[in-house]
Write a protein that binds this ligand. Structure first.
Ligand code: AMP
Ligand code: ZN
Length: 459
């Protein structure tokens, strides 16, 4: 069986074949680092971490996930907080890696930062100008979408229709409304770099094209990201990369994850309905969050609720319950591999619901096994499956004792209740409410009665 992936450009699931036999290159658009990642942002990180793990079984993979550390949203955050840009980006890059690490996301092979690739971007923009795909206007350099006949092929949009139907306010220096910025001028207060077009900074799209080319080559195998990036970000990356590289294809496969919503509304910073991973991992084990994110097929929408978390917790309890108390000798553990049917499900466009069904079937077989050797073999197979999927990484006894990193112990809960009581007594209701929210998120129900506050775990 070959690995199959749904390719956005072809609009269907296709067999995956890398450009060079045995090696694979994959690029995932990473975060813009001006605040903490929300659980929606974690979906691509977790899904493509799993894809990386699947690919590594067969191929020598180079996986790059960038940090966008120059962006107008970062500049705005700096003005708002009065903190230097470097301080903001450093803080949120560290937080991102910490938070994703808690979800079992392994570090990618390369984590390029936009600010460390300005020369590559300038070189690429120069190449585009030389070849007639870009033009200078009022200190800006813009990509001319009419110069590239295939513009719109990835997102299936017709550039002429887009231009005609465009209602956006068009900058006067643009030849067509869809032309996008490759380079823009910076005022003295803004971050900027010297360039042939004056002191300025890059547009967002060119960052990824330049970093992908630098670390993975002109043609990469897989380009991944959230569905919202298909247009304009990936369409623009594709256009400028091909034009700068004499028509060489940019990415052989485009893989996009569906959106995470809450109460059926997209989770996004602008709507203000975000749950930060940074907060969630204080009270919920990372594996629960990981499994909750992998519970739906990655292309499907995923509605996030307390029940999503509770269901994932129950599933992990079942898996940990099956291996609990079985001492697996190291030799058996090392020799074990994930079952073929489960791997086949993952290799079939990352079919995690099917893979999880196989995982439970395995747990069920183990629960029924009576022979000690058979139990060890099955438990080892479960652990190997866990290694592949980034699950079952805790000791089962610790899991059930609730000592898993991030999960609240009784002492933690009581300390939080005391903090809330004190806050209420001091009429600091903001703190009191935030502690209550933290407890609720951890599945702890509290009740205020005459004799004080009581609590119970809600599942
Ligand atoms: P951003 O920092 O907004 O550029 O987002 C970083 C990554 O998270 C991108 O790949 C987005 O497509 C993805 N993303 C943002 N919001 C969601 C969401 N609600 N559900 C799934 N993916 C998301
Ligand atoms: Zn990108």
């Amino acid at each position: 069986m070959t690995i199959h992936l749904h390719d956005t450009r072809q609009g269907r699931k296709v067999p995956f074949e890398p450009l060079h036999e045995g090696t694979v290159t994959m690029y995932l658009c990473g975060p813009t680092v001006y605040n903490y990642a929300h659980i929606g942002n974690a979906r691509p990180a977790v899904v493509f971490d799993l894809l990386a793990r699947i690919l590594r079984r067969r191929f020598d993979l180079t996986f790059a996930r960038n940090f966008t550390d120059v962006d107008d949203k970062i500049n705005a955050a700096s003005v708002e907080t009065g903190k230097p840009i470097d301080e903001i980006t450093a803080k949120y890059m560290t937080a991102y890696n910490h938070d994703m690490g808690a979800l079992g996301v392994l570090p990618p092979d390369v984590e390029p930062r936009a600010t460390q690739h300005i020369d590559d971007m300038v070189a690429m923009i120069s190449a585009l100008l030389e070849r007639g795909y870009a033009y200078e206007a009022e200190g800006h350099v813009l990509f001319d979408v009419t110069s590239y006949a295939d513009y719109g092929a990835l997102s299936k949009r017709d550039v002429r229709e887009m231009v005609a139907g465009s209602r956006v306010e068009v900058a006067p220096y643009k030849k067509s409304p869809q032309d996008f910025v490759l380079w823009k001028p910076s005022t003295p207060e803004l971050p900027g770099w010297d360039s042939p077009w004056g002191r300025g900074r890059p547009g967002w799209h060119i960052e990824c094209s330049a970093m992908a080319a630098r670390h993975l080559g002109d043609t990469i195998d897989i380009h991944a990201g959230g569905q919202d990036l298909v247009f304009p970000h990936h369409e623009n990356e594709l256009a400028q990369s091909r034009c700068a590289h004499d028509g060489a294809d940019f990415a052989r496969y485009w893989v996009h994850n569906g959106f995470l919503s809450m109460d059926h509304e997209k989770m996004s910073k602008s709507l203000g309905n975000v749950i930060l991973v940074h907060d969630l991992i204080k009270t919920i084990p990372g594996e629960v969050i990981r499994l909750a994110l992998l519970g739906a097929h990655y292309r499907q929408p995923l509605d996030w609720s307390e029940e999503t978390i509770r269901a994932a917790k129950r599933m992990l309890d079942r898996l940990y319950g099956a291996i609990r108390g079985i001492d697996v000798p190291e030799g058996i553990r090392d020799a074990a591999e994930a079952p073929e049917a489960l791997v086949a499900a993952l290799e079939d466009d990352i079919n995690t619901p099917k893979a999880m069904a196989e995982f439970f079937a395995l747990a069920k077989t183990l629960n029924k096994a009576v022979d000690a050797k058979e139990q060890q073999r099955l438990a080892a197979t479960m652990l190997a499956t866990g290694d592949l999927m980034g699950l079952l990484q805790s000791d089962p006894e610790e899991w059930f004792a609730g000592h898993v990193e991030g999960q609240l112990s009784s002492d933690d809960i009581e300390a939080l209740i005391e903090k809330r009581d004190k806050a209420r007594a001091a009429k600091d209701f903001a703190t009191a409410d935030s502690v209550r929210d933290q407890l609720t998120a951890a599945g702890i129900k509290i009740e205020d009665g005459a004799g004080g506050t009581t609590w119970r775990r809600s599942d």
